[in-house]
Design a binder for this molecule. Structure first.
Ligand code: CIR
Length: 267
């Protein structure tokens, strides 16, 4: 079976800006420390690079407090990329600013354009066989329909699912671990959206670590979730733990911090 949903030659990240203290959050648990977030970000980029991938690190963008969370700006597929239309008004401009970095690597870069279409990358889980998209407070039916239409030309099938109420993004509660295995919270798995996949549940009380990433030979997961870490190790995954305390204050996790892809023709 192919492994294009978790084997990648490239990633794009963006350094956190000092304006991160104004980043969006559902619940205010205190201001994030930029210094500590920068240290965690260095560890994160180093982990991606340690797998042999090329990591394009973009400069901080003060005008966009949440711009470190690059995942929400685009969907990157083997054939091309699609620039999103984030549902958070303060994040709408971030997507257009990602486009030139994608056109530098991809021949085909498409855009979500419908004025009523909203969609963020955090709601999109690409597996080996389909693209699951969670309808959420940030991603609506029009956005999902427009994306489904765009990616059909590349042979991708989209399945609309539901992000649980009160959960920021679909992938806040799940991650792809390999071609057939998903890490998910029990609450999301209970919706039945992963029928046909093998599912590993986060340990009870450790739901906040469901947002991990499989990147080449590594699974990156946030620090502080020992029982889920053990479950993943017991299942045979090579896990690298990364500090995420500061991004977590802004509802961000491992997937949010990168776009991961293999452009068809490296330029
Ligand atoms: C936001 O609310 O948009 C940011 N504070 C967090 C975005 C996290 N992104 C992601 O899960 N893909």
């Amino acid at each position: 079976m192919s492994a294009q949903s978790y084997q990648f030659s490239h990633a794009i990240t963006r350094r956190p800006a000092a304006s991160i203290v104004q980043g969006l959050r559902a619940v205010d648990t205190g201001a994030p420390s930029l210094d500590l977030m920068l240290q965690h970000h260095v560890d994160y980029v180093a982990a991606l690079r340690s797998t042999g991938a090329t990591v394009v690190e973009l400069a901080a963008m003060e005008a966009f407090p949440d711009s470190v969370f690059v995942e929400d700006t685009a969907l990157c597929l083997p054939q091309g990329a699609v620039v999103m239309r984030p549902g958070a008004p303060t994040r709408l401009g971030e997507a257009a600013l990602m486009a030139p970095h994608l056109t530098a690597l991809y021949e085909q870069v498409l855009h979500i354009t419908g004025p009523d279409s909203f969609i963020e990358g955090g709601d999109i889980l690409t597996t080996e066989t389909e693209i699951l998209i969670g309808r959420s407070a940030r991603t609506n039916a029009a956005g999902i329909a427009e994306l489904a239409d765009l990616v059909a030309r590349w042979g991708h099938q989209v399945r609309e699912v539901i992000t649980p109420p009160g959960v920021l993004h679909f992938k806040t509660d799940c991650s792809l671990l390999d071609a057939e295995t998903i890490l998910a919270t029990a609450r999301l798995d209970a919706s039945g959206c992963f029928d046909g996949y093998k599912v590993i549940h986060t340990a009870e009380g450790e739901e906040a670590c469901a947002n991990a990433i499989r990147f080449n030979n590594l699974v990156l997961m946030p620090a502080g979730f020992p029982r889920t870490l053990e479950k993943l190790q017991m299942a045979g995954f090579r896990v690298q733990v990364i500090g995420n305390s500061e991004c977590a204050k802004l509802d961000g996790g491992m997937s949010c911090l990168s776009l991961r892809f293999s452009p068809p023709v490296p330029r």
